[in-house]
Ligand binder design. Structure first.
Ligand code: TYD
Ligand code: MG
Length: 458
């Protein structure tokens, strides 16, 4: 009896923008407020219901008896990607690579698959976006391709799974989730329901067969993997491939990782022959730095466990508008306004009468507050038209009272600064006190931004 009830088809109305579901049709989605976005979709019988019907009751195990040891990982020869994943892709895990169209996701995936396929390991690349001919052309450009690299152009998720079950590759890659269709769902490809159900099936496949799956997802301009955050909760690892398309640099960032650290980054450079790994990002980001130029400051940022020196540039000029402009590229806009206000109030510098433009060179994006002191120095430097010494790097957080606060990972930062040949670093007094003297660099402690004038610009 129960079976019959479960077999019965269930229909719901689902918002194609955000995935909200409702029993009855609504003109406007209650969740995201989109108009006319609800479409009728048939619900797939969930796998848990199927499992229960088959009678395979799950049993809990004692924590003590649970398997231990490290996860089984598959490594490629793309070191930057392996590191971002936490040392290779974990068997049976599902990784989502998100990024704007044209940023280089398919290229990255080809490199990764080539890397895994060496050593005669079979990989399967399924593309719903490009023809086999196009993919081959690109793969050729990226270098010799492995003999165990299989390719399919397919969008029906059931067929993809059937192919993978037969081939049993060590890795399955699907490009992209937006092209997938699932036969039990009536809505069009790319809709939230299709993406979610298709991903669900691929996740089931990965877990059951212990084969890792990599999915590519396009991200809209406002940063959502289309079919908003729904996918992020479902998969094990989410990586974002980002960068400014006018620059060659690309950053691969972990947003979520059930099998490793988040905030780990990998740095790549897009070249004619594909993506090249950048193992020394600091050197590259500083390569074009103008020396002794007012407004330019080098600061050591830390992404995950990795230090990267970047150049922050500021341009401060008298405003001819009623309200001064604050423009920031690569750093938080609100934070910039805040730092300008602190400078005005605590260091007595006229910022309200000046337009401020801030840029992190090389298309890098920095979120951490350890950037503050460098930004403040860059602003003052531009305003005073006096350069910050080119052998000095700056890091520290700035509080509302103008105090310079200690930052994390200070030893990693200072070591990177020293490694790249800087002879002094301006850092929070709180960090200075705890650092040993063994580092081959002059440490200049600072407690309040009012001291900047004497230390930096004297
Ligand atoms: P692609 O991987 O197709 O992006 P996505 O899958 O994220 O949409 O990469 C597209 C861009 O990369 C394209 O504009 C051309 C550039 N590119 C190179 O500069 N060099 C190369 O070797 C390759 C393959 C692509
Ligand atoms: Mg692509």
């Amino acid at each position: 009896m129960v079976m019959a009830k479960e077999k019965k088809e269930q229909w719901v109305y689902s918002c194609q923008q955000c995935g909200y579901q409702s029993r009855k049709w609504l003109g406007r989605c209650l969740e995201c407020g989109a108009w006319g976005s609800l479409e009728e979709v048939r619900l797939a019988t969930s796998s848990s219901a199927k499992g229960a019907a088959r009678g395979d009751m799950p049993r809990p195990v004692l924590l003590e008896d649970a398997p231990d040891g490290d996860e089984e990982r598959l490594e490629s020869s793309v070191k930057e990607l392996d590191r971002v994943l936490g040392g290779g892709i974990v068997a049976g895990s599902v990784v989502l690579i998100g990024g704007e169209p044209g940023i280089g996701k398919s290229t990255l995936l080809l490199h990764f698959l080539q890397g895994v396929a060496t050593g005669a390991r079979q990989v399967l690349y399924v593309s719903g976006e490009e023809s086999a001919r196009q993919i081959k052309m690109r793969a050729k450009r990226l270098g010799a391709f492995a003999a165990s690299f299989y390719l399919a152009t397919e969008t029906r998720v059931e067929q993809i799974i059937a192919m993978a079950e037969e081939l049993r590759p060590v890795l399955l890659a699907v490009d992209s989730v937006q092209t997938l269709t699932c036969s039990d769902i009536t809505s069009s490809p790319g809709s939230v329901t299709q993406i979610r159900e298709s991903t669900c099936k691929l996740i089931d496949f990965a877990k059951q067969e212990n084969i890792p799956v990599v999915l590519v997802g396009h991200v809209t301009k406002d940063g959502n993997i289309a079919g908003p955050k729904v996918l992020e909760h479902m998969v094990d690892t989410v990586l974002y491939f980002e960068g400014d398309r006018s620059h060659a640099f690309r950053i691969l960032r972990t947003v979520k990782n059930r099998f490793g650290a988040t905030n780990e980054i990998g740095v790549f450079e897009m070249k004619e022959e594909g993506l090249a790994e950048v193992s020394n990002p600091s050197e590259i980001f500083l390569a074009e730095r103008p020396l002794d130029e007012p407004g330019s400051v080098v600061l050591p940022s830390v992404e995950g466990s990795r230090p990267i020196l970047v150049e922050v540039q500021a341009l401060v000029s008298p405003t001819n508008l009623g309200t001064a402009r604050r423009t920031s590229i690569g750093a938080d806009h609100q934070r910039l306004s805040l730092l300008c206000a602190i400078l005005e109030k605590k260091a007595g510098i006229d910022m309200y009468g000046h337009d401020v433009f801030l840029n992190i060179a090389g298309g890098m994006r920095i979120e951490e507050t350890a950037l503050d002191l460098g930004v403040v120095c860059a602003l003052m430097s531009s305003l005073l038209n006096k350069s910050v010494p080119s052998d000095m790097a700056v890091c520290g957080e700035v509080g509302l009272a103008g105090e310079v606060r200690a930052v994390g990972h200070i030893d990693v930062r200072v070591r990177e600064v020293a490694r790249l040949g800087f002879s002094r670093v301006l850092l929070p007094q709180g960090n200075r006190e705890r650092l040993g003297e063994e580092l081959d660099i002059q440490l200049l402690g600072i407690g309040n931004i009012s001291e900047i004038m004497d230390i930096v610009f004297s």
